[in-house]
Design a protein around this ligand. Sequence first.
Ligand code: DGY
Length: 429
Amino acid sequence: MTATLDPAAQAILRHNDRGGYTVPNGRVYPFQWNWDSAFVALGFDAFDRDRAWTELETLFAAQWPDGFLPHIVFWKDDPGYFPGPEVWSSGTQPRTSGITQPPVAGTVLRRLWDSATAAGDGEAYRPRAEALFARTLAWHRWFAQYRDFEGRGVVVAMHPWETGRDNSPEWDAPGEPIDVSNVGDYVRRDTGHLDAKMRPTKLEYDRYLALVQYGRATGWNHAEIARSNPFRVADVGMSLILLRANRDLAALARELGREAEAAELDALIARAEAGIGWLWDPVRRTWCSRDCITGLHSGFVTSASFLSFYAGLEDADKDAAMLGHFERIAARVRYMVPSLDPDDPGFQMIRYWRGPVWAVVNWMIGEGLAEAGQKAQAERVRADTRAMMDQTGFYEAYSPIDGSGSGGDDFSWTAAIRLAWAREDERCA
Ligand code: DGY
């Protein structure tokens, strides 16, 4: 089964494995990150099924009693990262951050289950599937309770880090009212490891820390944060990812014979399908995030905008508009899909989420386009991602202009996507 799977990608996952969880990159991100681990599980599943399930189980072992699943789990101390556990002060064991991250784990769990059953391992993995299903459902209920603006079925992010797209320009205007005057002095570690041109600015970092201080002052009381956080943005990325994950979890519920939970998930899906149009900008004709405080659309075409296909939204007019953006952007860059529209004046080819291409987002976009029958576009996304990996190695992200690496090298989730695709190719061969 492993013959054609990329050995270098496997070696990266093994190397970044800290025993039950995988760090995204040992220097820049030395802990367990939520959505990174979900994608890593997908990669491990290509060559080590048991280890794939363990990755999710270790992540969910840090779940809070109310269903909240943190974005970082600090299993061990590491001085190479800031802000560490003492800054977050979660008061939990293990120590964690107080914000969450894009909910891809439900989708990955379904993939792991499908792969186990296809291999005849379904019965052996059923107890693990049942346990992870219950935990993932608890997390999705937490989103519905604490992060859904006016019952629209969207996800309201309380921190740019929560979206996973830290410095997307989508957060610039909503970030302006954040008071950074009391942030105090601090030493960043990220710019000690990486070129500052690839990272968020000082002002952005001040805002990140001000929001951590705000949440910490509430004792990470998510009800209070939902009422009064200075940053409340319905994130198009998280909203579309949760809709997709709810669909996958509903399908899994049926396979596991959990009809009541399946019906509950169907209701969440229906709520999102009815409300998600709130994130469509009729002027720019794109899916984008929206500030819940001002009601303003960001108006940006980002890579997250293209997740509408992955979410299974079927709307001929909006799909045509998004495919139009796709063709326009595809003619401007060598490698799809840049995290920001290259026609935007704020486009920067190596600065994190203001231009670079991210393999995990491409995986989701590629899946969605293929399922929607847009085979040529899906193939372009996949071929471009592979070409960058071949040319440059497994970087955190890549320049859409020349494919050069941006951010950390030997990056776990990038290697994982390579393996997930290799595994799929083997199955189809
Ligand atoms: C960072 O520290 O840059 C991370 O993206 C936060 O999750």
